[in-house]
Design a protein around this ligand. Structure first.
Ligand SMILES: NC(=O)c1ccc[n+]([C@@H]2O[C@H](COP(=O)([O-])OP(=O)(O)OC[C@H]3O[C@@H](n4cnc5c(N)ncnc54)[C@H](O)[C@@H]3O)[C@@H](O)[C@H]2O)c1
Ligand SMILES: [Zn+2]
Length: 362
């Protein structure tokens, strides 16, 4: 097992990573020395089907536990589910010393985290991630639900008290979800660690990944994320670098419709575009062809659906949380392993996107 400590301006907490460690969850939780009068275990339907009963049994030996199951997938990150979980917490008579545990992927973590942040103005919250993507979402304290008009628009910064990451759970993850999570691992390498990137470039397929590979990737990815969050918890500066690939990625997710493309596939498209802008506008030196071919070889898409117009995407991008006075903060690479930003107007962004899409279809 590996352990690291995330230190932010507001708090610090342990991250445990290892195979089978969910079985030690009670011991980890006890060692936090928190009152934990009751536990609300929030999970999604698929994770519940696979592991829900076991987890419930494990925890209920020590604490009063109520399990709440939300539908599997992005749809669950809604105000409706938010209210349902709060209703369950109130009717279970939870108090300010109770705790919510998110047992699932990024959707469950974001949703349960936002519930914990606001239930009685904030109660303890534990992340038990079950997807590769959640190496990103479970650390750093961004919690949110979606609004009809945009993703993650209603949320908070709220750090968990601990992250317990049992990597054995990833064995049942479908390949497309593994690839989705891998996009964030690649993002972490691209923005902060060119040696790690070179290592990843050695991978030809995601099929043969061993649990050692996964443990290592998760450890490195979380280390990079926690170093960024340590310096800038509330995204006033360098934390924005974590949005590499996400400006276009979020616009693609919204246009395809949630559930029609995974977060990671959309981000991989966004990263290919951001690499293009980095090379063309910032002069970042790289073998872009090698990078894009590698990504496509791993199964990521290389082009955006043709029927989606560039102007529609640029309009979406301008609604992003990263817009300031009509200019968008677009994250680029100055060199491989080093991020920076570029302020772009909507026209400039649309121009770059048109050029990139033309190159991709040429
Ligand atoms: N808070 C943050 O900093 C942050 C960062 C990145 C992404 N996110 C958010 O994370 C969400 C995406 O997370 P995700 O990709 O984990 O999605 P997810 O939680 O929907 O999980 C993906 C799918 O895998 C299934 N699943 C989960 N664990 C499984 C397992 N062990 N075995 C088999 N199936 C399993 C789920 O039921 C679901 O169908 C998005 O909403 C995104 O906005 C948040
Ligand atoms: Zn992401």
């Amino acid at each position: 097992m590996k352990e690291l400590e995330v230190r932010t301006a507001s708090s610090s907490y342990p991250v445990y990573i290892g195979e089978g460690i969910r079985k030690q969850a009670a011991a980890f939780l006890t060692s936090l020395n928190r009152p934990m009068t009751k536990i609300l275990l929030v999970t999604d339907a698929e994770v519940d089907r696979l592991y829900g009963d076991d987890m419930y049994q494990l925890l209920s030996e020590k604490w009063p536990v109520k399990k709440v199951i939300v539908p599997s997938g992005e749809e669950a990150k809604s105000l409706e589910m938010y209210e349902r979980i709060q209703t369950e917490a109130i009717s279970f008579h939870m108090d300010r010393s109770s705790c919510m545990i998110a047992f699932g992927g990024g959707v469950t973590g974001d949703l349960a985290g936002f519930c914990a942040a606001t239930f009685m103005r904030g109660i303890d919250f534990i992340q038990m991630p079950t997807t590769l993507l959640a190496h990103d979402s479970a650390v750093g304290g961004k919690v949110a639900v979606n609004h009809k008009l945009g993703k993650n628009l209603i949320g908070a910064f709220y750090q968990p008290k601990a992250v317990i990451y049992d990597t054995e759970l990833l064995q049942t993850l479908p390949e497309q979800e593994l690839r989705s999570g891998m996009a964030e691992v690649i993002k972490h390498a691209l923005i902060a660690d060119h040696v790690f990137l070179e290592q990843l470039l050695g991978l030809q397929t995601l099929n043969g990944l061993t649990s050692d590979d996964l443990n290592e990737m998760i450890y490195k990815g979380i280390s990079i994320k926690s170093a960024v969050v340590h310096e800038d918890e509330k995204e006033e500066g360098i934390r924005a670098f974590l949005n590499f690939g996400h400006t276009l990625g979020h616009a693609i997710e919204a246009e395809y419709g949630y559930g029609q493309i995974t977060h990671g596939d959309a981000v991989a498209l966004g990263m290919q575009f951001a690499l293009f802008v980095s090379e063309q506008a910032v002069g970042c030196r790289m073998d872009r062809k090698r990078l894009t071919e590698w990504l496509r070889g791993l199964g990521y898409p290389g082009t955006i659906r043709k029927d989606i117009e560039t102007s529609v995407l640029s309009g979406r991008m301008m609604n992003d949380k990263k817009t300031r006075g009509g200019m968008i903060q677009f994250i680029v690479l100055k060199e491989l392993g080093k991020a920076g930003d570029l302020m772009l107007s909507r026209d400039e962004l649309e121009n770059w996107l048109n050029k990139w899409r033309m190159e991709e279809t040429a």
